[in-house]
Design a protein. Sequence first.
Length: 648
Amino acid sequence: MNSKYSYDEHSTTWPVFALALLSVATVPLTIQTLVTVFSSSKPTTGTSDGVSYDDDKHAPEPVKKYRKKTQKSHIFNKKGFFLLLAWLAIGFFSFKIYSTEAPSDVSSGVFDPYELLEIGFGTSEKEIKSHYKKLTIKYHPDKIRNKSEEEKKELEERFVLITKAYKALTDETTRENFEKYGHPDGPQETSHGIALPKALIEGALSPVLLAIYITLIGLVLPYLVNSWWTKTKSYTKKGVHNETATMFLENMLNFKPSEIVTVDTILQWLSEAKEFELIKPSSTSDDILQVFRAYLSRSNAKLSDSDYEVIALVPTLINALVDISATFRNTDITNTAFETLKSFSQALLPSIKNELLQLPNVDPAAVAKSPIVRLSKLMKLPKEEIKKVLGITSDAKLQETLDVASTIPIMNLVKSEFKVTGEKVVTPQSNAHISVKVIVKTGAQKNSDFRGKIAPEDMEEPDSFEYLKDPFKIVSEQPELPTAYTPYFPAQRQAKYVAFIVVQKDGKITDSPVFFHNLDLSNLLLTEEELKLESTDAKVGTFKIPFAQPTPTEPGKYQFRVIIKSLDYFTPDLDFPLVMTVEEPPRVEEISYDIPEAEEGSLADTMAQLKAGKLTEIDEEEEGDDDESDLEEEDWSDINTDTEDEDA
């Protein structure tokens, strides 16, 4: 039975369709996977303006193994397997398209007499006959010799088409058929094209194609849509489970202001997260607490891969908790949550000795006996004394410890103020922000080392148009912070700082905390000899903290407290009071122009009367007198053009 459909028996169309369909799905998924892999496998030596460290070198073996396993799992998983198959299929279809030749059937396609006769539209009948004679000589069957049967058949078909093309342009009946039906032989049988081989539709493989179609449309597509929708409905925008967010919210609602918030409180809340049930289905909140305790006491031998997966999820949960606590404006919970995150970064329980315990090669028993608790005091001791305080026996390990200590930044406040862009003072009902200038140094560097090393222009805000348009640009232009030195954490973390504002009147935070990923750390590289040189310049770091609400409507002084914390290192945080002085904008002093009164009857006097509506009639005699009178020279007094702003 003749089919009413034309199939792609030569595989010229369907491979292109399959290649396009595969590429649309495979290329974006591959890019996403590669971004995930490279972002999770950053080199263990991070740099920022030359500041470097070796994170993996001091990591425990279980942490190293988990990190490597995690990095491999981003590629060697189900997604990676299907991506590999997809790229193999793309390669197969690309090769098939490249190697497949177009069908040589000259009768296929749209009938175009001009193309067949190799002439252009509007060619005269004489030229048409001339071209026709040349082509008939070339393709006449009697002229075909030494050709294969296939070539002879093709040339014969070409000859027939050339004859039809000639008649379509010269014979009246044939031309009428061509113009009316698009073909010199009149109406043609309608054929619908399907870009698949005939065997897949009408052959033995048709049930296979039907099964694939039903599987994709009836099973795979609904499953993918359902999985996406379930995940969307089950997780918040912050990436935490809805049940976890609800639990945090209930804890905040039931929290009593008289309760003291500790790290243990935060750990208890975290242990009840729904995510941990999905990672370790048989575990309880007490089991998760035991995992937390083992990790924070650095008992790595007790932790499994699933335990490290639990630990790696903690920063995401803490960020979600902070979002909720900031909504309630709870300062204590927000501050303690960040302290908990810092404890997880360094795998240390809260202790006054944490500044020293975060260093490698340290003996906790020796540190516990020493009165030294600050890194800045430790670094100023002689090396032999440092070895004794930290319990280090070899010079090589001491040098490793000092190398790490020299990359831990310590911030010193230099200047802080409320700013309103484009104004010299903080005006009522304006959008203000806090500008904080800091000096970042190592524990071995003294504050006095930086006196006279700060350029005056670094202490002032830029007044360029770019700054006025975006006052926060100065922060983003600073170097990006390196990966933090957190050898015990199961995933490498980029160093971060967080800042938030507290209202002194009620002790509540004003808005959600602001995270910072940029800060200049180049001061850490300044040697003792360089700091003694007068030509040495120290870099000033800048934090810009937006003030969420407009400034108060009434002028006055308003008390605030600013907290800036490192989320990775146990170093002294910045916690200082700051006064917002709201003033009316300074007024420009009015300039007094001592201009004499206009002479009666003059143009100035006339304009003044017009303005006042008191213009009197002018008689002809006065007009004549005006023409004859001489204008007196006006006596202009000195004009004071100096303006001064009121003192802020």
